[in-house]
Design a protein around this ligand. Sequence first.
Ligand code: F1P
Length: 347
Amino acid sequence: QPRVIGDTLEGVTGIMPELFGDGAYNVFKQIDRVLILACGTSYYSGLTAKYWIESVAKIPVNVEIASEYRYRDSVPHPNTLVVTISQSGETADTLAALKHARSLGMEHTLTICNVATSAMVRECKLAYITRAGVEVGVASTKAFTTQLAALFLLTLSLAQVNGLLSDADEAAHLKAMRHLPVAISSVLALEPQIMAWAEDFARKENALFLGRGMHYPIALEGALKLKEISYIHAEAYPAGELKHGPLALVTEEMPVVTIAPNDTLIEKLKSNMQEVRARGGQLYVFADVDSRITSGEGLHVIRLPEHYGLLSPILHVVSLQLLAYHAALARGTDVDKPRNLAKSVTV
Ligand code: F1P
């Protein structure tokens, strides 16, 4: 992942709409809404981008599960940038959703895709080709992190066109992005600790994942990875939603993975963690270097080495991918070819 993120950012010397193709400036200037269409893991990268685009570029974003979108009477908005996200670029549901959006009169289309020759790239006017290379396994991993890198560039480009990105901000964001390969390498170095946790998970049949804000989609992706490759039933919730139902599931048998970077939501998250502890649930917390959370009875903590601000989802998801991977290995499932799944779903 450090290498493919570096490759994806190769040649990016500044933030500019043209990173997404000729004519992107004119399109970005016209649009005042974003509609993201994707399936599976790619849908979760879209959900993460919603947090980024709304907070940095101040443009409202709607993220739709592509397999459902065309079955709803949605209200089209002409000045919408339709963004499809797809590792393969061949996912039938995402292509059908794109065509449906166009049939409703939304003509500004952009894809974030890994395959330059794919149907998705041919169908969209604008494109950013990530450089994830071929995924060895069926479950998306490096495709997800490179999609996020591309979506962050999109966020900054939209902000720039809207006059919301100062030169100093641009330089700071680019510096942080270029440091991602090093930062991801230091997350990968946590593998022995994550492996020890995975041994516990491998003996369970259920797990909960909690996140808040832009780490909620990362919790969803962590739960999906665990389901896909280890077949452990996992659900993800925004941590504040616990008390509205899922808390009923928490017992001593329930591992609860919590993504807890030291951001503005940390105090709220700590009180959600307390709700779990009070019911005897086992907390497995991915904190970061600054989070003031220490291990104790029923509370296990791994610290990511750097606090990474807006790009923190890209680091945190790698730790969750490793957790799923080692839980699957410990259970003896085939991590590359999960039962019943196909690499690209073209029907
Ligand atoms: C979408 C997706 C993947 C998942 C699996 C099935 O594919 O749901 O996220 O890992 O491979 O397809 P894509 O549109 O991103 O190629």
